[in-house]
Write a new protein. Structure first.
Length: 169
């Protein structure tokens, strides 16, 4: 890639990132999503996968599975009454291994790295909250995950390609 095209790629990507994600950040609370920043993490995994639009649904399914997995893990750890470190280790051991086996067995449905990343996001955001107090938080996280893949990930990529096409035409 020549120097001018690299510069065009960099500048259009910078503009797309500067323009689109802040719209989500501002709009998210108005549509009931308090976890808007989750979208940026999820977009990062989409981009790390090479901006492969064909994988967008699998990635989103992985994130949503991870979100559900986080709620299940929190419930399990609330339910059993062992040493908290033992609870944590056994829960992560069993659920982590199971997520990989399910994700890889059904790899046309789930993108396993997104499942694991979604689980980590869910545990980080929801971990300090009791299951009975979660309310709509898992749904908000799932919405932010989907927005991260489709609006920020696919959207910025499409917007950048459109800009490049217009500039180099």
């Amino acid at each position: 890639m020549d120097k001018d095209l690299r510069k065009i790629n960099m500048l259009t990507l910078a503009f797309g990132i500067a323009f689109m994600p802040p719209i989500w950040a501002v709009a998210a609370p108005y549509i009931g999503v308090s976890t808007g920043a989750v979208a940026l993490i999820c977009a990062g995994l989409y981009v790390a996968n090479g901006n492969e639009r064909k994988d967008a649904l699998r990635i989103t399914a992985g994130f949503i599975a991870g979100d559900i997995w986080a709620v299940l893990a929190i419930w399990i750890m609330e339910t059993i009454s062992w040493n908290p470190n033992v609870e944590l280790y056994i829960t992560l051991f069993v659920m982590g291994g199971t997520a990989v086996m399910i994700g890889e067995t059904f790899s046309k449905v789930f993108y396993t790295p997104a499942w694991l990343c979604g689980w980590a996001i869910g545990l980080t955001v929801m971990g300090p909250v009791k299951v009975s107090e979660l309310g709509m938080l898992p749904v908000e996280i799932g919405a932010a995950m989907a927005a991260g893949v489709f609006y920020v990930g696919v959207g910025v990529d499409a917007f950048q390609k459109l800009l490049i096409h217009k500039i180099t035409k």
